[in-house]
Write a protein that binds this ligand. Structure first.
Ligand SMILES: [Zn+2]
Length: 146
């Protein structure tokens, strides 16, 4: 312990910088894909729990674009725990995950549908991720025509 714990590997500091990174290129491409499909949304609505990255206000659908590492994507190759300061990271990532869950519960309590889109999904296929959102928007729009 002591001074050693203060050492941050370059890989970790890269991750630290990524914590609050908003408007990443894949996220922007997701947004323009949605926009091109005629969907309209609000960004980073601070009035909502967790400040969703993308919010479809009329349909009450909140989308979070999650970095796989930072939000501890279960079973994902990108969600590895760093080998240095392991205890710190395990605790930190666990905190993040329970915060995500608390945010989801609060939004659901307000009648919102919550959707997490993972970074690895965007890396793989942005169109498919956009489709996942579109399907839910469609379902939620139908409700309003009853
Ligand atoms: Zn992932």
């Amino acid at each position: 312990m002591g001074a050693r714990t203060l050492v941050t590997t370059s890989k970790n500091s890269e991750r630290m910088r990524g914590i609050r990174r908003q408007d990443t290129a894949p996220e922007m491409r997701l947004r323009s894909t949605l926009h091109a499909s005629g969907l309209r949304y609000r960004l980073h609505r601070k009035q909502l729990p967790g400040t969703p990255d993308i919010a479809f206000v009329a349909q009450k659908v909140a989308v979070f674009v999650h970095g796989c590492f930072w939000h501890a994507h279960a079973g994902c190759a990108k969600a590895t725990v760093p080998k240095s300061n392991t205890d710190f990271w395990v605790r930190k990532l666990e905190q993040n995950r329970s915060r995500d869950e608390a945010v989801r519960e609060r939004l659901e309590g307000l009648g919102w549908r919550v959707l997490a889109i993972w970074q690895c999904e965007l890396d793989r296929d942005i169109k498919e991720a956009a489709n996942r959102i579109k399907v839910i928007i469609k379902q939620r729009s139908r409700h309003r025509c009853d």
